[in-house]
Structure formats: structure tokens, C-alpha cells
Design a binder for this molecule. Structure first.
Ligand code: XUL
Ligand code: CO
Length: 485
């Protein structure tokens, strides 16, 4: 008992510390200077950076599966047509600014490990602009045509909301120029409503009305800049919209407030003529012990209860799916069959760790299941695949940023190619069709149309006697699936 308590306590502490560091990293960048940048750490504020940020790396090309070049695509061939669409249009890949350009490698036990040459150790406006230029060069070289951001990871906080908004406007103006230059688009924007201490009780679900209002003002601005940048979607991830204890929480009131907040966001979106899709990103916990939009089914019930279906879709993150005790495939299918599959945060967790490790997805089987859902959905536009994934702490070379994204993209591309094999082979679909064929009968059709009452069915049983129950053929299904990988 004692041992179990100690283990649980240790895990909770670890999760808490991890969440603290992750939020810090997402919001503020390095809190301490990287080891070899000490000299520049107290203030380099010039945004002057001449030449390329990634001078040794040229545009990443498709070289095919036999290539041994780590800086090439082996499976992702952007222009190749597969199942009636170009590969780039199936995926609509996006770089997540917060991980790729604000991730420092810090963890609950250690300082940042990355020392990217363009970073000067500050969180200045000048640094924000230089970082944005590095980000666009990175995407251009990688051949990724979309990006995603939180308001606070692209521009620093000011002393007042007015100052903060002005900082954001300055960086957004540069991002707009870079978008025009490179033809790279914004997949989605979002507001960071979890790092600042004012959000410790939540944002839309805070017990303080002033915080609710502040969050509204922040989201208003974030939707405006997303619209200005031509964003195709806008995301709500409610990192602190949950509770730590039900004893001090009025759950009904908090859920009502969350719904009111989301309704106001949907109204504001229409008011300013923003046509992007609003997306809710479910996650069960971390940093809260219970987050209200636990999983896809919970988010669906919430949207239905508050009359918000039609206004929102879901952004399914694979690592969040496993945290909620589901597979990513389950969450994608739940979203898909309810018409809510809007976007995918393509990452994965580690089965031995169990928290939100945000790793690049490199499991081909997993990627194939993800792509089965996407193909069944007919694609995910105007959503896409956002790499909500970061380098491991120990990966510290600039080229690792490229390798990680290439590997994630190639894995998903293999998933798509495997779906083609499964579709052409047809035996998995046939196995599923056969499994339900007893419903392709007169009585089955009556049941499915809701026209077979219990008396009718009882009479049938009297005629038929004991039903014959065939094998589920799970191992055969697994064998067919594996043979496509
Ligand atoms: C946190 C997470 C966020 C959202 C955007 O777990 O996934 O980065 O994707 O706020
Ligand atoms: Co995410």
C-alpha cells in the first residue's frame, strides 16, 4: 500500500514538474542560457542575421526507398498522386512553431540542451523576428507548406494587453511577409491560455470573472491574427480547463462557462468574416488532473449538449489519445463517424513512460491505422497533419530538426502507401463485410431501419432456434493488416 502510494506520488510529482517545464518552454523559451551562449545571454537584441540559418542544408528531395541519405525523403513524394490525390494534399503537413523553434530540450531534471546558432538567449522582440525567419527557411527547405503557432510562442508578453498585442502584431506582420514570399500557409493559430499564472484556475473555466474576460480578449486577438494570416483553422486546447479537486469545484458552472466562451468565439469568428474551422483538441489530463474535453466522445457529448455541433470539429492528437486510454485510431474513428475529424496533431507517446512525450510518429503500423481513418474520411482538408512533436533532449544537432520531420513525414507516407495495398488487396474489407452479412437480409434491413419490434424478433427466434455464431477472424484480420506493412 505504502509502496503504491509512494509510486503514485512520485508519478504525480513528475507529471507536475514536467507540465511546468513544458509550459515554460512553450511560452517563454529558454529560462537559462544554453551552455555555449553565456556571453550573449544578457541581452543580445539585434535581429540582424545575415545569410542562411541552415547553410549546410539544401532543399530536401524525394530520393526513393533505396536512398541512404538521411536528408532525403524515401517514401514521401509530395507531387505523386495516390488514391486520386497528390500526397501533399492528403497530408497538408505543418510545422509546430512551439516545439521546433521554442523547444529547448529542458526536462524536469535538467536545463536546456539545445544551442541553436540563431538563438541569443533572450525572449526579445528582435529575437522573435529572427526566429520567425529561421522558421520559414526551415519549412521552405523541408518542403512543408503549412505552420501552426500559439500567440505567446511567436511574440513575447508585454506589460499590458495593449503592449502584448502590439508585440504580436509586429511579429505577425513579418510572418505575413514571409508567407507571401514563400507561399507557405497558416494551418492554424491558437491562444496560449495555460502558461501565465493568471490562468492557474483555468481560462474560460476560471473561478475569476476577470480571468474569463482576459481569456476572451486574448482569444479575440488570436482569432484576428489567425484571420489576418489567412489561417485555415483555429484551435482550442484547454490545458487548464479542468480541475485538480472536485471539492472546491462547481463543475456544472465551469462547463457552462466553457460553452458560453466557445459560443462567443464562434460568434466573433462570424462577425469578422473568418471562415476557418474552429477545432477542439481533446486531452484527458496534464497539466490538470482532469481536463473537461477528455476524449473525442466527451467533446462530442459536450458540443451536442450545448448546441455547438456544426460550429466545431476536433483536432485529434495521437499522444492525447493514448493518455485517455484509447488508440489514436479509436479517436480518429470516433471523430470521423460523427463528422468531426478536423485535424491531426501527428505525434506519439512512449508506452514505457505514459505521459505526453510528444515524439515524432515512427511506427509504420500506427501510421497505417491513422491513414486508414483519413482515407475513409476522404482526407482532412481544411485541416492537416501538424507535427505537435519535439526532438528528444539528447538530439542537439540542427540537422536533427530536419531528420525528425523527414522521418515523421516518411512514416505517414508509408502508412498511406500501405492503405493503397490494403485497398487493392481488398481482403480486409471483405472480412469485415462478411462479418456483418447476416444483417444484409430482410430481417437485418428491418432491424437497421428501426422497424423490427421485440415481438417480431421473438417470433423469429422461435422459428430459427439457437443462432449459429461464426468466428470473428481477428488473427486473420491482423495477418492481412501486417502483410501490408
Ligand atoms: C498540449 C498540446 C498543445 C496544443 C495546442 O498537449 O497538444 O500544444 O496542440 O495548444
Ligand atoms: Co496538440
Amino acid at each position: 500500500m505504502k509502496v503504491l502510494f509512494a509510486m503514485k506520488f512520485k508519478r504525480t510529482m513528475l507529471l507536475f514538474l514536467l507540465a511546468l517545464v513544458v509550459s515554460t518552454v512553450i511560452a517563454e523559451g529558454p529560462q537559462t542560457c544554453a551552455a555555449n551562449l553565456e556571453a550573449k545571454c544578457d541581452g543580445g537584441s539585434s535581429d540582424g542575421w545575415n545569410g542562411e540559418f541552415f547553410p549546410g542544408i539544401s532543399k530536401i528531395k524525394y530520393e526513393g526507398p533505396t536512398s541512404k541519405n538521411p536528408l532525403s525523403y524515401k517514401w514521401y513524394n509530395a507531387e505523386e498522386e495516390i488514391l486520386g490525390k497528390k500526397m501533399k494534399d492528403w497530408f497538408r503537413f505543418s510545422v509546430a512553431f512551439w516545439h521546433t523553434f521554442r523547444g529547448t530540450g529542458a526536462d524536469p531534471f535538467g536545463a536546456p540542451t539545445k544551442s541553436w546558432p540563431w538563438e541569443d538567449g533572450t525572449n526579445s522582440l528582435a529575437m522573435a523576428k529572427r526566429r520567425m525567419r529561421a522558421h520559414f527557411e526551415f519549412m521552405n527547405k523541408l518542403g512543408v507548406e503549412r505552420w501552426c503557432f500559439h500567440d505567446r510562442d511567436i511574440a513575447p508578453d508585454g506589460k499590458t494587453l495593449v503592449e502584448t498585442n502590439a508585440n504580436l502584431d509586429e511579429v505577425v506582420a513579418l510572418a505575413k511577409e514571409l508567407q507571401e514570399e514563400t507561399k507557405i500557409k497558416l494551418l492554424w493559430g491558437t491562444a496560449q491560455l495555460f502558461f501565465h499564472p493568471r490562468y492557474m484556475h483555468g481560462a474560460a473555466t476560471s473561478s475569476e470573472v476577470g480571468v474569463y474576460a482576459y481569456a476572451a480578449a486574448q482569444v479575440k486577438k488570436a482569432i484576428e491574427v489567425t484571420h489576418y494570416l489567412g489561417g485555415e483553422n483555429y484551435v482550442f486546447w484547454g490545458g487548464r480547463e479542468g480541475y485538480q479537486s472536485l471539492l472546491n469545484t462547481d463543475m456544472q458552472r465551469e462547463l457552462d462557462h466553457l460553452a458560453t466562451f466557445l459560443k462567443a468565439a464562434a460568434d466573433y469568428k462570424k462577425k469578422i468574416g473568418f471562415n476557418g474551422t474552429l477545432l477542439i483538441e481533446p486531452k484527458p489530463q496534464e497539466p490538470t488532473k482532469h481536463q473537461y474535453d477528455w476524449d473525442a466522445a466527451t467533446a462530442y457529448a459536450f458540443l451536442q449538449k450545448y448546441g455547438l455541433l456544426g460550429e466545431f470539429k476536433l483536432n485529434i492528437e495521437c499522444n492525447h489519445a493514448t493518455l485517455s486510454g484509447h488508440s489514436c485510431h479509436h479517436e480518429l474513428e470516433t471523430a470521423r463517424i460523427n463528422g468531426l475529424l478536423g485535424n491531426i496533431d501527428a505525434n506519439t507517446g512512449d508506452p514505457q513512460i505514459g505521459w505526453d512525450t510528444d515524439q515524432f510518429l515512427t511506427d509504420i503500423g500506427e501510421a497505417t491505422l491513422v491513414m486508414l481513418s483519413v482515407v475513409r474520411n476522404g482526407g482532412i482538408a481544411p485541416g492537416g497533419f501538424n507535427f505537435d512533436a519535439k526532438l528528444r533532449r539528447e538530439s542537439t544537432d540542427v540537422e536533427d530538426l530536419f531528420i525528425a520531420h523527414i522521418s515523421g513525414m516518411d512514416t505517414l507516407a508509408r502508412g498511406l502507401r500501405n492503405v493503397v495495398k490494403l485497398t487493392e488487396d481488398g481482403s480486409l474489407a471483405e472480412l469485415v463485410r462478411k462479418r456483418y452479412q447476416s444483417f444484409d437480409t430482410e430481417i437485418g434491413a428491418l432491424i437497421e431501419a428501426g422497424k423490427a419490434d421485440f415481438e417480431t424478433l421473438e417470433k423469429k427466434v422461435m422459428d430459427w432456434g439457437e443462432p449459429s455464431v461464426p468466428s470473428g477472424k481477428q488473427e486473420l484480420a491482423e495477418m492481412i493488416f501486417q502483410s501490408a506493412l
